[in-house]
Design a binder for this molecule. Sequence first.
Ligand SMILES: [Zn+2]
Ligand SMILES: [Zn+2]
Ligand SMILES: [Zn+2]
Length: 345
Amino acid sequence: MVHNERRKDYLLDRWVVIATERSRRPTDFAKQKKAQAAANVCPMCPGNEHMTPPAVLLYLKSNGEIVKDHDTDGLRHKNWLIRCVPNLYPAFSPPKTQSDQAHIMQSDDFGCAVGHHEVLVESPNHDEHPADAELPQLPRVVNAYVDRLRELSAKPYVKYVSIFRNHGLEAGASLSHAHSQVIATPFVPTIVEREIAASKNWWNQHKKCVFCDIMQRESKGPRLVLDNSSFVVFAPYASVHPMEFWIMPKKHAANMLNLTQTERKAFAEILKASLKALKDLVNDPPYNFGFHLALNRDAENCYHWHLEVYPCLAIWAGFEKNTGMYINTVTPETAAAELRKAITA
Ligand SMILES: [Zn+2]
Ligand SMILES: [Zn+2]
Ligand SMILES: [Zn+2]
């Protein structure tokens, strides 16, 4: 009898069973009817700025130029291109007093969720999601990610900044307006911490970046989806989600703070192309994406930032929740081949 393959993640101690159902192709995941967020008044659409807290960052049009600004208490700017506001129901909230910062960790198993939680409205156009975004709107979104990363990571109590996007109701987007979220935390979250620790080990043994190695290998192999001047897109060897792919910069860097304008544009282009391929292939499926990055000086050499895209095509059920081990019904090699086909189509 032929066994399914078990594969381990490049760095994490995380295993997946690649269990391909013979007749199941990526396109079989396409749903005809999609769950939609309730169509109430959209608090992110232009004209409804008063429905949100004052913006902490705005890109405004001014004489053909873009100027950065923010709202003040009574005033809400109009005519914005990008708008970043504090979340009305934040998971992490800023310290009000000096002593709040001392309460971040009160004991081994209790602390305060001190930090920031922001909503980044990617466009004044309700439906301008990355797969359909106009260039040059998408590089503005990338600029805003970097701006928020710079400001939040400079705060003494912030140890990590998670920048992520939920697309579609089943992926957790309760509002359908194109937006991302930014959560700054007073600790490095577990998965990133483990990736950093494993990459440090690799560095100590081999004196090189493990991600640079992974990227070189994947860019010549069957899991390559697409590349351009500055980025590589590939389906990771031990993908836990059907059709999962990662975007990795060719230039080694631990985070996005020093991305040039050319690289930001190249990132926006490859993000759009790969999300468009996913959209075309599986009828605009729900997905999550999130950046992995490192802010600590001591991770500069060993860690290499990347974006991970998780299409929501399968439900994590009893086995996954109960064991932390995963079953993926699409091989990463098939996922990459189908995405490549959708890109050239
Ligand atoms: Zn809207
Ligand atoms: Zn590297
Ligand atoms: Zn990662």
